[in-house]
Design a protein. Structure first.
Ligand SMILES: Cc1cc2nc3c(=O)[nH]c(=O)nc-3n(C[C@H](O)[C@H](O)[C@H](O)COP(=O)(O)OP(=O)(O)OC[C@H]3O[C@@H](n4cnc5c(N)ncnc54)[C@H](O)[C@@H]3O)c2cc1C
Length: 378
């Protein structure tokens, strides 16, 4: 259903990047009667899990996607994010009590399924989604942005949204290359095995030098994630060996079961952890950055995707209010900058603490203040 509340100035929007931020923004803007085109270089998302907590749940609800994500994923009334030692003894439970409004506190969903749901929401709001396409140039005018696409076609829009992730082309075309992602000197290893027996609790397990995140997902999938303090490239075999070595530190049955099941044909996703915070402002004229294109970090708070969801919904809300494009984009950023900075900086701090050998209690305590901020509405 169209909400009859679009700002008089913005009628057409191009969103570059159809990830969490781009598709959610498309659904939110399309629902407000704005004509939206989304372009992406590729279809779908990487085969891993995304944990959605705090107000990310409300952002999904705002675009009408919450019920579908709950149905597709594993939803929890109380976030399953407790801290255990290597033998499985509970050390620290920072999870807030269940929400009073009955919504889940935490959902974990397979990223390709989330991409399908958000694409369907965007399309049902009238959005066009084109895959295999990017931009080759953007030319700003006072009242529009002229865009050349990589397939030789062109278009004219009232606003362009750069939602094209950490290595954003929109950012480098419009903002230049002074602001670049910075390596944290660490990598993440992620694995989503199927058929692991449900013989333990979800949570953060602390071994000798390792924080292992294990969260059962929907169907028979389990999400496993760990940081390693070295960002050298690893091939598939090396990634499996490293994850196996880390799992071998634990005597908890759930983790020994994972260790036993990490066979040679299993795929472990390796990703360098990098951080980025584009200094204010995130907009130049009629081009604005959202999601990882503007702010990205490690997964220590599990909130980068949540920030992307919130950015999308707040952008649509602010563009619907009266005012010039400049004033609406300023208002968007006033609601977003400090919150996203908290996520970026606290996550890097947690990553550094982990490298320095912090224990479960220290890590849990350092997460606390940021999680309190993120529990507040956006
Ligand atoms: C290991 C790891 C685990 C994480 N776990 C969590 C978690 O549990 N919870 C959470 O909230 N966050 C998590 N995050 C963070 C989260 O993944 C990101 O913050 C989120 O995906 C950002 O969404 P986005 O849409 O801004 O960017 P992306 O997801 O990167 O999407 C960008 C899109 O733009 C497209 N694109 C790129 N360049 C171009 C171009 N030139 N033209 C057109 N399209 C382009 C890409 O194909 C992609 O589809 C994690 C991050 C990492 C690294």
């Amino acid at each position: 259903m169209k909400e009859n509340s679009s700002s008089s100035d913005i009628r057409t929007v191009l969103i570059v990047g159809g990830g969490v931020a781009g598709l959610t923004a498309a659904a939110a803007l399309g629902a407000r009667g704005i004509t939206v085109d989304v372009i992406d270089l590729k279809k779908g998302a990487e085969g891993s899990g995304l944990g959605i907590q705090n107000r990310g749940v409300d952002a999904l609800d705002a675009v009408g996607a919450l019920d579908d994500v709950v149905a597709a994923g594993a939803a929890h009334k109380k976030a399953p994010l407790r801290f255990y030692d290597s033998e499985g003894t509970l050390v620290f439970d920072p999870s807030p009590p269940p929400r009073e409004d009955g919504k889940p506190s935490y959902i974990i969903v397979y990223r390709p399924l989330l991409a399908q749901i958000l694409t369907a929401r965007a399309k049902s709001a009238g959005v066009s989604v084109r895959i295999g396409l990017s931009i080759s140039s953007l030319t700003q005018h006072e009242d529009r942005v002229e865009v050349d696409f990589t397939d030789g076609t062109s278009g004219s829009y009232d606003l362009v949204v750069g939602a094209d992730g950490l290595r954003s082309s929109v950012r480098s075309i419009v903002f230049g290359d002074e602001v670049k992602p910075v390596s944290t000197g660490t990598i993440s290893l992620r694995w989503v095995p199927r058929g692991i027996a449900r013989i333990g609790e979800a949570g953060f397990y602390y071994g000798d030098d390792t924080e292992m995140v294990v969260i059962p997902m929907h169907d028979d999938m389990t999400y496993v994630s760990v940081q390693h303090p070295d960002d050298r490239k690893l091939n598939d075999h090396e990634a499996r060996l490293l994850l196996r070595k880390k799992l071998s530190q634990f005597s908890v049955p759930l983790l020994t079961e994972l260790h036993r099941n990490l066979a040679e044909d299993e795929h472990v996703l390796v990703r360098r952890y990098e951080s980025l915070l584009v200094p204010s402002p995130w907009h130049r004229g009629r081009v604005v950055l959202i999601g990882d294109a503007a702010h990205a970090t490690t997964a220590h708070l599990g909130s980068g995707g949540v920030m992307a969801l919130e950015d999308a919904v707040v952008l649509a809300e602010e563009l619907a209010a009266p005012g010039t494009v400049e004033s609406r984009l300023d208002a968007f950023e006033r609601r977003r900058f400090e919150r996203c900075r908290t996520v970026v900086e606290t996550s890097v701090q947690l990553s550094d603490m982990q490298k320095a050998g912090a224990n479960a209690t220290e890590m849990g305590a350092a997460r606390g203040p940021a999680m309190e901020v993120l529990a507040q509405s956006y």
